[in-house]
Design a binder for this molecule. Structure first.
Ligand SMILES: CC(C)(COP(=O)(O)OP(=O)(O)OC[C@H]1O[C@@H](n2cnc3c(N)ncnc32)[C@H](O)[C@@H]1OP(=O)(O)O)[C@@H](O)C(=O)NCCC(=O)NCCS
Length: 382
């Protein structure tokens, strides 16, 4: 019964668990594709709503479609007085836990039901409601107050940035955040997206699926690194300390936040793009961040080379990931580090929602097998 020779993929590494037309992470080439488009080009030239429409419809919108979609998102982005009170109640020490609780509470308050055997269009409308609400939820969690009126608001990214900084954003800051939100809107079958799809695959309500996804994003190994990246830059302090700090961390066997990735075997295109954003911002952190990145990459390469020498096998050196440069770019636009994971949710909730819709349109319950490693049971026991 117990077969120790059976192999399985730990962490499902290398396993294809579903088909999607939403995004493709080409880890070998360092390319990210959103529904047939280069994600970096979209991030540099489009708005969140345009890319959201692309994910939903499989094509970019016309000017008229965009304006209708934007107005719809804007009106769905408003919470009732009772819901504002619910979000305020969810506030605590950890903004991401509050965000997760708020999503769950709002879905419950709106009476979302399991999607199985329901009209798909009706369920899609529920997904859109949760996606559109994210900036307002984060604003309430941050300020403790109802969202302020944003006169002549230009869209989702502006509503978010205005909400958390309390003022109309400059064009440069808005572009930086728009770029970040687009770059992180979707990313293949990452851990949180997988969670969302697994939950949706049972026929559960879409509030449960999105809540599961938010919960999965709360760990530092997936989505939680930008805050710790700033803590790391703070403790390094000056470019001169970068090399000794890195050596000490690696010698102690600690992981360096903002480095390494499960899928990318070369540079993460999102981190290259955000490094460009940070260089253009040219803020007080940039010199330190560039030096720290250089030193950590050098040390990680030396570590990989040494391991290759002892094992006789090629070892890939870890590269910088999206979260290192996210930290530098978001700090510059005035988003407090405690809100970085919630900012990530504001973007990724769009991808989660589209994956949930994709799952329910062609559903198969996720039910993998496990390898039993417990004690054998004699035949006589049956
Ligand atoms: C993202 C991450 C979880 C991917 O990890 P993974 O592909 O599953 O790789 P593993 O956790 O199996 O690690 C493989 C090896 O690389 C090392 N490693 C991985 N990331 C590392 C890091 N950031 N710093 C130092 N060493 C690291 C591990 O210690 C392990 O070493 P070993 O083989 O000598 O034991 C991992 O790189 C990490 O923890 N990064 C830091 C957190 C982070 O930035 N998260 C945001 C990701 S976008």
């Amino acid at each position: 019964m117990n077969n120790p020779t059976t192999t399985f993929a730990a962490g499902l590494e290398g396993v294809i668990a579903c088909a999607t037309r939403l995004s493709h992470v080409d880890g070998a080439a360092g390319r990210l594709i959103f529904s047939g488009h280069n994600a970096v080009t979209l991030a540099q030239t489009k708005t969140v709503e345009e890319v959201w429409f692309l994910l939903h419809e499989g094509r970019l919108p016309t000017a008229e479609e965009l304006s209708v979609f934007r107005a719809k998102v804007e009106s769905l982005g408003k919470l009732s007085t009772a819901e504002i009170a619910l979000v305020k109640k969810a506030r605590g020490n950890e903004p991401l836990s509050a965000f997760r609780t708020a999503i769950s509470a709002i879905a419950c308050h709106r009476g979302f039901k399991p999607w199985l055997n329901r009209d798909v269009k009706e369920v899609e409308a529920e997904v859109l409601q949760l996606q559109a609400l994210a900036p307002s939820i984060v604003e309430i969690i941050h300020t403790g107050k109802a969202p302020v009126r944003k006169h002549k608001n230009a869209g989702y990214a502006q509503r978010y940035l205005w909400g958390v900084t309390g003022k109309r954003p400059s064009a440069d800051n808005l572009r930086a955040v728009e770029t970040y939100l687009i770059l992180t809107i979707d990313h293949g079958l990452n851990a949180s997206t997988f969670s969302g799809r697994v939950t949706a695959s049972t026929g559960a309500d879409v509030g449960a699926a999105i809540t599961a996804a938010v919960g999965t994003l709360s760990g530092p190994l997936h989505g939680g690194a930008p805050g710790p990246v700033l803590d790391m830059l703070d403790s390094i302090g000056t470019p001169e300390n970068a090399a000794s700090w890195t050596q000490a961390e690696l010698s102690a066997g600690r992981r360096i936040m903002g480095f390494g990735h499960r899928v990318y075997r070369t540079d993460d295109p999102r981190s290259l793009c955000l490094r460009g954003v940070a260089e253009k911002q040219n803020g007080p952190r940039i010199k330190l961040a560039l030096k720290v990145e250089e030193e950590i990459l050098r040390a990680l390469k030396a570590k990989a080379d040494a391991k290759a020498l002892t094992t006789g096998k090629p070892v890939r050196a870890l590269r910088v990931n999206v979260e290192f440069w996210t930290a530098v770019a978001l700090e510059h636009v005035g988003i407090p580090r405690t809100l970085y994971s919630s900012t990530f949710c504001t973007s990724r909730i769009i991808g989660w929602g589209e994956h949930v819709i994709e799952q329910l349109r062609d559903n198969k319950l996720f039910r993998p097998l496990s390898q039993y490693t417990g004690p054998e049971v004699p035949e006589s026991a049956f």
